[in-house]
Design a protein around this ligand. Sequence first.
Ligand code: C5P
Length: 296
Amino acid sequence: MSITVRVPAKVNVQLAVGPARPDGFHDLANVFLAVSLYDEVTVTAADELRVTCAGPDAAQVPLDRANLAARAAELLAARHGIDPRVHLHIAKDIPVAGGMAGGSADGAGALLACDALWGTGASRAELLDICAELGSDVPFSLVGGAALGTGRGEQLTPLEVGGAFHWVFAVADGGLSTPAVYREFDRLTPDAAAPAASPALLDALRTGDAKALAAALTNDLQAAALSLRPALADTLAAGVSAGALAGIVSGSGPTTAFLTQDAARAHEVAAALTASGTCRTARVATSPAAGATVLG
Ligand code: C5P
């Protein structure tokens, strides 16, 4: 028997970052929006825990315990006294370069799929608890839609979204280390303020107003990502001059996200970004998207 779970990527429409905490993490006001680029995680009983991955970026995906899907299976199994003998196959469509929570998506997907395969019957609260143990972005991959993440981003409050938003994602060559981007943020922002969600941004989400959302997009990690990867400024400029309402670094980057007025404009901006030579490839997507879903 096999179980397949589909899990969305995310973009951060607001990422407000506070000072480093004693545990090394940063308090956040992190407004997550799930977007329609998906990985699918399929789990099948096997002799031992094994991870395989297929897709254009598969060569960049770790297949050992660094993979959050493997760690999710182990954590759930340990809590329920199960031997995690399972083959986890990831059909990867979420760009691997970073900033779209692709690894987190695979963790949430594997968790939900193993729960179904093993008949663990874990409560939603237990699944969210395991997600938080796996990483700050993993609970949102399970939940999807839109949510405000506080604490280190793992404490979620669902948000209302009043309409579809159309996005283009420019995928950069090579990744950016998330801890390195946070360290650069600390260096550039010695007096970081306590993070808070922007009322104007929450309003724009609630009313489905793309222009208002574009005006309210903010990412406190953007200056740090640009400092470590100055060429991302060229990608941002290319997307905006091609007709996007606004461009922003997604999470800790190096993926950049562009909000457009409608689907037709998104395809134009994607074509222009691809032709510009300032990114490896460009993908279009809409939001919000559903969280991790068992397909069967
Ligand atoms: O939680 P996760 O494993 O995704 O975090 C990866 C790294 O990102 C952490 O080790 C930390 O350096 C940084 N981080 C942070 N504050 C957060 C989330 C992540 O400093 N709220």
